[in-house]
Design a protein. Structure first.
Length: 406
């Protein structure tokens, strides 16, 4: 395995071989008795990641929380995520989850009355709620770019919506409610052309796709540890481009984010650390760092290739299951596969499969009203595969899914 996650740029992607997959499954002990197709919800931690968390918790128990943190290599988080995202360490912040990371960036922006924000129908529910809150609070306007014939954001139509008052493009790279991968790089070129700020929600993409902030051209990017990075829950990260940081006003502040330099004066911490706070899940940060390193040791391009292969196989198999309809959109699709089954509610499918050791999740139309609502889908079942999954697991999944047919 290689630690150079950008090797695919100049060399062909080498597929994971059977021995490597078996080792990755061995690092994931639950694979022995569980089919976990809920990686878009919370993936299974690899054994080295899990052990890194346990080791630090043991140190906290033995030494004390502050004392254990003093001995931990916490700065490795910044260098590791800088390497993962092709950024600088000073552009990286540790945040407790992806939504809070997105919030820290969004609410720091100097948006005011009459400013306009461009987004797409696939925008994540929490993000869109924040947009609506700021529309009510500051009288900003939300413009929704339409989809093209494939279902991804129509970049040309998005450009047509840009006005002199447009200040920000907010886009979800991979929506929670389907396998769509939005053309993030094309949107980045659009943002650059019109000198717009660009905030990318990469919660579902980092860890299953090779995400490069320089290639994408985003100014801010938020992500999580618990999904395709296979890190602990309660961990997330934020990227903010260095030449933007000084112009932002983080919505929260504490003695970690800033220095109280005089009775009536403070100075922000240098770099993206100003978006952090003092108290955080230290063991989780260590585990998240280990998870990012684990992914880079495999190679992000190799991960992306295998996930795409497995997801395509899953969709192909689902097409043959009576009563099943696959609902994924987009020209490029990823490891998230959504479907419905005639005469069986998605909630019932998920409960029935969990009873036989297969994990999937359900996405409600109420959390994706501009997308699932417009498609008149009150709910969809969501199966999300990762590189440690196998075609045999997919075959069994489809057999169990079909067995509930009346």
């Amino acid at each position: 395995m290689t630690s150079n996650s950008l090797a695919y740029i100049s060399t062909p992607v080498k597929a994971l071989n059977d021995n490597e997959v078996q080792q990755l499954r061995a690092d994931t002990p639950a694979c022995e008795n569980l089919i976990h197709f809920n990686n878009a919800g919370s993936s299974l931690m690899a054994q080295p990641v899990y052990q890194s968390v346990l080791d630090h918790l043991a140190a906290e128990q033995a030494l004390g929380g502050y004392e254990a943190a003093d001995k931990a290599p916490l700065n490795e988080f910044y260098t590791t995520f800088a390497e993962l995202l092709n950024a600088e360490p000073s552009e990286i912040a540790f945040v407790e989850n992806a939504t809070r990371a997105w919030d820290m960036a969004f609410y720091a922006l100097p948006l005011s009355a009459c400013d306009r924000v461009l987004t797409h129908v696939s925008e994540y529910a929490s993000n869109y709620l924040a947009l609506m809150q700021l529309a009510a609070r500051r009288n900003i306007t939300i413009d929704i770019a339409p989809s093209d014939s494939s279902g991804q954001v129509d970049v040309a139509a998005m450009e047509a919506l840009i006005t002199p008052q447009t200040k920000l493009i907010a886009l979800t790279h991979v929506p929670s409610q389907g396998g769509l991968v939005n053309p993030a790089e094309e949107v980045g070129l659009l943002a650059k052309k019109h000198k717009l700020l660009y905030l990318l929600d990469a919660c579902q993409s980092v860890g299953q796709l090779n995400v490069d902030v320089k290639a994408i051209g985003c100014h801010m990017l938020s992500g999580t540890g618990r999904k395709f990075l296979r890190g602990p829950r309660g961990t997330g990260f934020l990227y903010v481009k260095h030449d933007l940081i000084e112009s932002l006003d983080p919505p929260f502040i504490d003695l970690h984010a800033a220095h109280w330099s005089a009775p009536d004066k403070f100075e922000w911490a240098a770099g993206a650390i100003r978006f952090e706070n003092f108290e955080s899940f230290v063991a989780g940060r260590i585990g998240l760092t280990a998870a990012a390193r684990y992914a880079m040791d495999i190679g992000l391009a190799r991960i992306e290739s295998r996930v795409e292969l497995l997801a395509d196989y899953l969709r192909l198999q689902l097409y043959s299951v009576p009563g099943v309809e696959v609902h994924d959109l987009g020209k490029k699709r990823c490891g998230i596969v959504t479907f419905t089954k005639a005469d069986e509610k998605p909630e019932n499918i998920a409960a029935r499969l969990r009873a036989v050791g297969i994990n999937i999740s359900v996405t409600l139309g109420s959390t994706a009203q501009l997308d699932l609502g417009a498609r008149e889908l009150p709910a969809v079942a969501r199966a999300s595969v990762h590189y440690y999954n196998s075609q045999m697991e997919i075959d069994r999944f489809c057999v169990e899914l079909q067995s509930g047919w009346d």
